[in-house]
Design a protein around this ligand. Structure first.
Ligand code: GLA
Length: 729
């Protein structure tokens, strides 16, 4: 059993293969957090707590003396108004307008298997993953509501998940002003905080800073998880490296507003909090209603950042992503966007597709521009019917033609948005999110539909289904091209407007669930102007997400490096595009663009008709090579070998098969210096005792890992190498 309970002490110890997490309901009923770290004997770790008379740290009324204060104790789920003045997980407002609250342990329950969350994404247990659930119920001392804390213990995955359900069991309405999903108090030690920041076309840059006194936070109030900060962060010991040291990951399975913070207090204790951002949030909870706060997935690694990432890679690949394409090989695609943008008709697409089929592409994706009145990004969104005049044929005819070339066919949608210049908006202006009496904020000349409303979703769903039923379509790209603003839903009363942002995300999930239920074989790629909603919540519905609108191979090194901390390679949409690059105007070798795109879902996004015969021959070979290494790349263990920030000369990463019998080393030369010596790259993850072959030369695994491998001289800037390493049989 992964959950050990000491009934007398009310001590709960959660065990995964390599980690241990512990909490204890003390004699006052406060649920204290006592340990999170390496697995050991399930001893009572509350001996590490200091009880002392701390000035200006109050005592609960029933405390026997001044030595007991929630202001300093490590807590499992702190609440505002309990005498704990640090950042809090929960803040409620009672119907009398007061906020002060105290929570006490009431009961617990242990269940076999992993809990699931109705309407929200959650990591799930498969047949070969052991999982148990612990639910601890706290009650507020005014007897109005229960707080059910859910813990999923995924033993083999080394993952502990958490979620929270608040249930109003009184006759009075309460308002939830803040319900975060996770709190972890680290009593002792110094830490570094790793976050992933960015912007449109430059997402998920890794930043590592010491945790300092006060609050350091990242988050989003944009309605989507955002390009600016990712809902994944980690905490490490200052001395931790890629391969050594303690580190902890926190990942939020939610695609809307979020807050993640560290709060280092007066006694150098570090509190971690993660959950829905309270900025746009206030949930009215009527008698017998309950509210569900989304899941967080926590992991601990004693062996550095790389091992921590691999925990998430495995878990998200196998126990979060769903559907046919969780395991089936995904087709190599050609996307029309950077090739032709809005400037196409059916014939042009067919001409592109014909060339694409010739060079080995397997799926042709028609991006933006095929519907309504849509020759620019200023009109048409919301009118999801095929513009046959523009295409010069029906969607079925186009799809049939593409299929006759031996290709699958895919199509782009942006279901959540509407242009004012659209029939939908002219008919239903009230369906867009907008605040009465105020003009809404426009972005990319579009507004956001109120997806918290079922009728709005139903309408768009029906339109999408009509399109998808009208032709053979194997792939959908689901995009969102602006941040959400003007949050007001016409169907809700004033004191429920704080629920709209949350209900919007639930609505989005509900619609995606309908889509995957009706079309179980459809491959859906998430997108939000690239990686503006690159989060585990979306991965539950879309097993891959377009990583960034920046397709420059060198820029992508940093973006994909940052993304790899919390997300598997198989989820990162990545394409070879033309040069000079559309975003940076940089030239990079075609092979390098493929090296980088292959470390993702792999595809092309250019006009194949404009490629020379030599380039087409190179691409054919690239696709062949990718298919050969598909399993290794998508399912192998991923190792970061360099950090692009610290290594201006070259960048490297590696895939190793689970049994260690083969590996793929990828490197990109970032700078060429004359009269240099060969660079040496120390490999990781091989079996030290195995003999490996690289270009028919034998090396023991230990030599490649301890001594390293001498990289070939790069002849030009940005030259890359893909070096296949196989065990000698
Ligand atoms: C977003 C996507 C692009 C493309 C355009 C189309 O920016 O990220 O890949 O689909 O929309 O408008």
């Amino acid at each position: 059993m992964a959950i050990i309970l000491d009934e007398k002490k009310l001590l709960f110890t959660l065990l995964t293969n390599h980690s241990m997490y512990q909490m204890k309901a003390d004699r006052y009923g406060a649920l204290l957090h006592t340990y999170y770290g390496p697995k050991g004997i399930p001893f009572d770790y509350s001996y590490l707590i200091t009880y002392a008379d701390h000035g200006f740290s109050g005592n609960p009324y029933d405390a026997e003396n001044r030595l007991y204060s929630l202001d300093v104790l490590p807590q499992e789920y702190p609440v505002y108004g309990s005498g704990d003045y640090r950042s809090t997980a929960l803040k409620v407002r009672y119907d009398d307008g007061t906020n002060a609250c105290e929570l006490r342990y009431l009961r617990h329950e242990i269940q076999e298997g992993k809990y699931s969350l109705c309407g929200l994404p959650a990591v799930y247990a498969s047949n070969d993953t052991k999982a148990d659930t612990l639910i601890i119920t706290l009650e507020d001392t005014r007897k109005r509501f229960y707080v059910h804390l859910y813990y999923g213990v995924m033993e083999d995955l080394d993952l502990i998940t958490r979620a929270v359900r608040i249930e109003n069991h009184s006759d009075n309405t309460i308002y939830l002003e803040q319900v975060l999903s996770t709190c972890v108090d680290f009593q002792h030690g110094d830490y570094d905080l790793h976050t992933f920041y960015g912007r449109h076309v430059k997402e998920r840059t890794h930043q590592r800073v010491p945790v300092s006194h006060g609050v350091q936070s990242v988050g989003s109030t944009r309605g989507a998880s955002s390009h600016q900060y990712n809902p994944f962060f980690l905490l490490s010991r200052p001395e931790a490296t890629e391969d050594t040291g303690d580190c902890y990951g926190f990942s939020f399975l939610y695609s809307g507003d979020f807050l993640a913070l560290s709060d280092k207090d007066q006694y150098n204790q570090t509190r971690i909090l993660m959950g829905i951002h309270p900025g746009n949030f206030c949930y009215r909870l009527d008698p017998s209603e309950s509210f569900l706060a989304p899941e967080t997935a926590m992991a601990y690694s004693a062996n550095g950042l790389g091992a921590l990432s691999r925990i998430y890679h495995k878990a998200y690949r196998n126990n979060l992503c769903r559907g046919k394409y969780k395991t089936s090989r995904r087709p190599v695609l050609l996307n029309s966007w950077e090739g032709v943008y809005f400037d196409f008709d059916g014939q042009k697409l067919i001409d592109m597709a014909r060339e694409a089929a010739d060079i080995g592409v397997e799926l042709f994706v028609m991006d933006d521009g095929w519907f309504g009145k849509r020759d620019l990004d200023v009109s048409g969104l919301g009118d999801w019917y095929v513009n046959e005049t523009k295409l010069g044929c029906s969607l079925k005819e186009l799809s049939d033609e593409i299929h006759s070339l031996g290709l699958q066919f895919g199509i782009w949608f942006e279901p959540e948005c509407v242009n004012e210049d659209s029939n939908l908006y002219r008919e239903h202006p009230d369906w867009a999110l907008r605040v009465p009496g105020k003009e809404p904020v426009r972005s990319r000349d579009q507004l956001v539909l109120d997806f918290s409303r079922e009728d709005v979703r139903e309408y768009i769903t029906k339109q999408m289904f009509q399109v998808l039923d009208s032709a053979r379509i194997e792939y959908v790209k689901w995009d969102l091209n602006r941040s959400i603003s003007d949050i007001y839903s016409a169907l809700l009363p004033a004191d429920r407007q704080g629920e709209v942002a949350y209900r919007y995300v639930l609505g989005l999930y509900n619609m995606l669930e309908k889509l995957i239920t009706r079309y179980p074989d459809l491959l859906i790629e998430g997108c939000c102007g690239g990686g503006g909603r690159f989060d585990p919540g979306m991965l539950y519905y879309t097993p891959q997400i377009w990583c960034s609108d920046d397709t420059d191979a060198i820029e992508r090194l940093t973006i994909q490096y940052g993304s790899s901390f919390g997300y598997p390679i198989s989820t990162m949409g990545s394409h070879v595009s033309k040069c000079p690059n559309e975003q940076t105007h940089r030239n990079t070798p075609l092979e390098t663009r493929a090296t980088v795109a292959m470390s993702g879902t792999f595809g092309y996004e250019l006009d194949v008709n404009k490629m020379s015969p030599e380039e087409k021959a190179v691409v054919t070979e690239q696709i062949r090579e990718f298919k050969k290494h598909y399993d290794l790349i998508q399912n192998g263990d991923y190792y970061r070998l360099t950090n692009p920030k610290d290594n201006p000369d070259f960048h490297g990463w590696e895939f190793v098969s689970e049994d260690g019998s083969e590996a793929l080393l990828c490197t990109v030369a970032l700078q060429i210096s004359p009269n240099a010596s060969r660079r040496c790259m120390r490999l990781k993850g091989l079996c030290p005792d195995k003999i490996y072959l690289i270009d028919d030369v034998e090396y023991p695994g230990s030599a490649l890992m301890n001594g390293g491998y001498l990289l070939p001289f790069a002849q030009e800037e940005y030259e890359s190498f893909r070096i296949h390493i196989v065990e000698k049989r």
